[in-house]
Design a binder for this molecule. Structure first.
Ligand SMILES: NC(=O)C1=CN([C@@H]2O[C@H](COP(=O)(O)OP(=O)(O)OC[C@H]3O[C@@H](n4cnc5c(N)ncnc54)[C@H](O)[C@@H]3O)[C@@H](O)[C@H]2O)C=CC1
Ligand SMILES: O=C(O)CCC(=O)C(=O)O
Length: 368
């Protein structure tokens, strides 16, 4: 397939190469119809450049929908750095990346994602102001995985409400894939609520950290292998690592009643939403559940306010219940319902103007 056929849905794709630092990154801007593109930057040891391109194209498109669902005036973008986060990170690499972000002149804002941390982006911040989610001491709004994890908790509560008519999180069993920045915080909160957990992570340190926490709380955690997690006898599966994990092979194994997690692009294909529905498994559209981080970093660009972020993150609960109800009424899948809702909103808003006209975000005039 030609490059232009591959990127036909996207406005712009930038390949960033810096030999001296070893930086190989791709920035994808899916759409700026609702405002400048906003989305985190992943660092992963992709098996091939094609795989990295595929990932950044899918992720940036997802951000367009996430921005529409979260009702923020930004568009969809994302970046990936090809490299091993455990081995290849240097301050100079992140500065080189920051220079490329700056060259886009405000069309793209970025921050953390899988494999990157707020500390990494402090280096990038020396080259551009278009970096979000660094520590408050550097003028940022802080680690965006905190509201992301909070949003997953609201998503779990809404899903429990839809399934059993109660928001209660304890006295249930959850299976969690990935105990990184988001997964660990979700696991910690569920343990505090008295829930039982099955967990998996390819990083042994992440497992040990959670086991120490569980020991302090006297809580029950069972560690499973990467393959076993799909068969766990849990009520809800919480994917907090990579995408594409809901597919033909895994759906067959799932015993849960719902899938609610932070991982971006959980469904390998749209039809997997239908397969989940047929199996009676409720799917919480990932870009609604995991929008807490986006809400925080978007808010940061209007001068950050923690209380406002919390209020907007809480809205994930009602948004999800609304999507469940809408899907039920129309007899469609929850992902179809969410996509339809976002596409209508993008269409309605773009009728006003099809371009964004200001580099700086206007200050919030109205408190919600
Ligand atoms: N950090 C944030 O605020 C947001 C994150 N997300 C998404 O949530 C997911 C997790 O993000 P973070 O926690 O920030 O990433 P992270 O890099 O901090 O954590 C990911 C964890 O998953 C583990 N992992 C990787 N492959 C695995 C596998 N095959 N099986 C089990 N564990 C595996 C890693 O060892 C790591 O501990 C990603 O899909 C990310 O795109 C979405 C919205 C915002
Ligand atoms: O969390 C962030 O820094 C930006 C939001 C994002 O990339 C995401 O929601 O996937």
């Amino acid at each position: 397939m030609s490059v232009f056929s591959k990127i036909r849905e996207h406005e712009q794709v930038v390949f960033c190469n810096d030999e001296s630092t070893g930086l190989k990154a791709i920035i994808a801007i899916h759409s700026t119809r609702l405002g400048p593109a906003l989305g985190g930057c992943r660092m992963l040891p992709y098996a091939s450049e094609e795989e990295a391109l595929e990932d950044v194209l899918r992720l940036s498109k997802g951000m367009t929908y996430k921005c529409a669902a979260a009702d923020v005036d930004f568009g969809g973008g994302k970046a990936v750095i090809i490299g091993d986060p455990a081995r290849d990170k240097t301050p100079e690499l992140f500065r080189a990346f920051g220079q490329f972000v700056e060259s886009l002149n405000g069309r793209f804002y970025t921050g953390t994602d899988m494999g990157t941390t707020p500390e990494d982006f402090v280096h990038g911040l020396r080259e551009t102001n278009c970096i979000v989610g660094v520590d408050e001491v550097y003028g940022g709004s802080g680690d965006s995985s905190v509201p992301t994890a909070q949003g997953v908790i609201y998503g779990l509560q809404a899903t429990n409400q839809a399934l059993i008519g109660s928001d209660e999180l304890g006295s249930k069993c959850y299976s969690i894939q990935g105990l990184g920045k988001v997964g660990f915080k979700v696991a910690e909160r569920l343990l505090e609520e008295g829930a039982d957990l099955y967990v998996t992570d390819i990083n042994q340190q992440a497992i040990e950290r959670l086991l120490s926490k569980a020991k302090i709380l006297g809580a029950g955690v069972k560690v499973l292998s990467s393959e076993e997690i799909y068969q766990a006898n849990a009520d809800v599966f919480i994917p907090c690592a990579m995408g594409g994990i809901i597919n033909d092979q895994t759906i067959e194994q799932l015993k849960v009643k719902a899938v609610v997690g932070s991982a971006n692009n959980q469904l390998l294909e749209l039809r997997h939403g239908q397969l989940l529905k047929e199996k009676g498994i409720l799917f919480a559209p990932d870009y609604i559940v995991n929008s807490g981080g986006l809400i925080q970093v978007a808010d940061e660009l209007y001068t950050p306010n923690k209380e406002r972020v919390l209020q907007k993150t809480k809205a994930i609960y009602n948004s999800l219940l609304h999507i469940y109800e809408y899907a039920n009424t129309l007899g469609i899948t929850t992902i179809e319902a969410a996509n339809e809702f976002c596409e209508k909103r993008i269409e309605a808003r773009s009728r006003r103007n099809s371009f964004f006209s200001h580099m700086k975000r206007p200050k919030w005039a109205v408190r919600t």
